[in-house]
Design a protein around this ligand. Structure first.
Ligand code: IPM
Ligand code: MG
Length: 356
């Protein structure tokens, strides 16, 4: 197969981890007889520096024409000035919105060989296998917002808005995914307080009853979910929730396997290219040192192979290679607990070797 893949390395450790994932994709292409054509474009803080825009037009145009997009991370202290004209994060939100990437899949698995790396007790986290569906183009992040100054001082507001259609389409994706898994969907909301959550819950229940009678479902309030997620993570299969709740819960969930450095994500729309990225950020504190964990981005490239290129065997091969490297005891600094660690590039080498 021939595929055009756009790389958006971004800021901080983004370029370091994307470079390793690109090596892995190159090796997959060689091994399985595909042709992947890569082009690299700017997003985030580095794009602000170079073009004055966190998502320059030429980056967006290239992404629209691609089969899939692999992104590193955006942001850093250099661009954190609250009075700045724009921010790196604006680029990320804009590309999600422009490409209609409403479904953010964030799998959280605790591999048996990694359970000891979790800050939680092994017997609680072992066997965790959750697939989060975070709604990605609605809610508070994209609702009406504003600020005003009155005699009393300043006021600012954001609004959490969802419409039936936005809820239905993400719930359907979650329901379909559950069919290929353990057939259970948990929806997370705050229906005891928020009107928008009551709509979310009504639509969720209707879609599940009408279209997925074979899939079990439940509702959990977001505050309770924050607790259940660390108290009994193995209870959950597919979880579907709105944008902000999903942002927060998946960061919390990333601590189940012990490091954000292991977790990939896929952002998908109803058509067009998908966008794949690690769920960790740009980690400016360790950028440029060659110690970042590239496995989340390598696993994101496996999701890219699976979801955008429909190359299931290739995706499994990458995941198996990562598994093998971790089983053999190799760890980057984030997971080494002060013990022996390998560099970003060495971890890339190990995955390549395991792929052969
Ligand atoms: C994420 C990140 C982004 C988000 C930021 C960088 C805008 O935290 O992908 O989870 O909040 O969506
Ligand atoms: Mg986040």
């Amino acid at each position: 197969m021939q595929a055009r893949i756009v790389l958006l390395p971004g800021d901080g450790i983004g370029p370091e981890v994307v470079a390793q994932a690109q090596r892995v994709l190159d090796r997959v292409a060689a091994k399985f007889g595909h042709q992947f054509e890569f082009s690299t474009h700017a997003i985030g803080g580095c794009a602000i520096d170079e073009f004055g825009d966190p998502l320059p037009e030429q980056s967006l145009t290239a992404c629209r024409a691609a089969d899939a997009i692999l992104l590193g991370a955006v942001g850093g202290p250099k661009w954190d000035d609250p009075n700045a004209k724009t921010r790196p994060e604006v680029g990320l939100l804009k590309i999600r919105k422009e490409l209609g990437l409403f479904a953010n899949l964030r799998p959280i698995q605790v591999l048996p060989q990694m359970a000891a790396a979790s800050p939680l007790k092994q017997e609680i986290v072992a066997g965790t296998d959750i697939l989060f569906f975070r709604e990605l183009t609605g809610g508070l992040y994209f609702g009406k917002s504003g600020k005003e100054t009155t005699a009393e001082g300043e006021t600012a507001w954001n609004t959490m808005i969802y419409s039936t259609h936005e809820i239905e389409r993400i719930v359907r994706m979650a329901g379909q995914a559950a069919r290929g898994r353990r057939k259970k969907v948990t929806s997370v909301d705050k229906a005891n307080v928020l009107e928008v959550s009551r709509l979310w819950r009504r639509v969720f229940e209707r879609v599940m009853k009408d279209e997925f009678p074979d899939v079990e479902f439940e509702n959990v309030l977001v505050d309770a979910m924050a607790m259940h997620l660390i108290a009994r993570p193995t209870k959950f299969d597919v979880v579907v929730t709105e944008n902000l709740f999903g942002d927060i819960l998946t960061d919390e969930g990333s601590m189940l396997p012990g490091s954000m450095g292991l977790l990939p994500s896929a952002s998908l729309g109803s058509s067009g290219p998908g966008l794949y990225e690690p769920i960790h950020g740009s980690a400016p504190d360790i950028a440029g040192q060659g110690i970042a964990n590239p496995l989340a981005t390598i696993l994101a490239s496996a999701m890219l192979l699976r979801h955008s290129l429909k190359l299931e065997a290739e995706a499994k091969a990458v995941e198996a290679a990562v598994d093998a490297v971790l089983s053999a005891g190799h760890r980057t600094k984030d997971l080494a607990a002060g013990g022996v660690s390998v560099t970003t590039a060495q971890m890339g080498d190990l995955v390549l070797a395991a792929l052969n």
